[in-house]
Design a protein around this ligand. Structure first.
Ligand code: NI
Length: 172
């Protein structure tokens, strides 16, 4: 397995609508394994294929808290088929370093996806997992969590983020 490089906003691949996955072959499974390793190494709780420059509808998620055994979920061609309630929690993103903001999401969802064996799976999620799934599915449609901010807050984000990127360049 290998660690992949994570694309940062404003990389154009993050704005693309990702293509459905047609074949789950050895090459695809390697991508899923590399993405999983990349997510754990970051560390992060979710990573979508566009974040490593691959415009395909796949994401890996593990929302287990530290100390708990891993709970890896690989979502292929996922869709949210039911949603209920409201939630507003602080989010961050491996593609938007050092910036966090509260985002409105559904509190409970039901998601349908293919697993790595090509089997259709449906599962219910709430709490952090529900938020994480909605965040990762957005990536597949070219949407970042900062795209949900009000125009005013997005203006503040753009200014702050410019500084964050400048600081990162100086450190490199
Ligand atoms: Ni993200």
């Amino acid at each position: 397995m290998s660690i992949l490089s994570i694309r940062h906003y404003p990389d154009p691949v993050l704005k693309q609508i990702a293509e459905p996955v047609v074949t789950i072959d050895a090459e695809f499974r390697k991508l899923a394994a590399d993405m999983t390793e990349t997510m754990y190494a970051a560390p992060g709780i979710g990573l979508a294929a566009p974040q490593v420059g691959v415009s395909k509808r796949m994401a890996v998620i593990d929302c287990a808290s530290s100390g708990e055994p891993p709970r890896l979920i690989t979502l292929i061609n996922p869709e949210i088929i039911e949603r209920e309630g409201e939630s507003c929690e602080e989010e961050g993103c491996l593609s938007v370093p050092a910036y966090y903001a509260k985002v409105d999401r559904s509190a409970r969802i039901r998601v349908r996806f293919l697993d790595l064996d090509g089997q259709t799976v449906e599962r219910d999620a709430d709490g952090l997992l529900a938020i994480c799934i909605q965040h990762e599915l957005d990536h597949l449609d070219g949407i970042l969590f900062v795209d949900h901010l009000s125009p005013l807050k997005k203006g503040i984000f753009r200014k702050k983020y410019k500084k964050i990127l400048e600081q990162q360049r100086e450190q490199m």
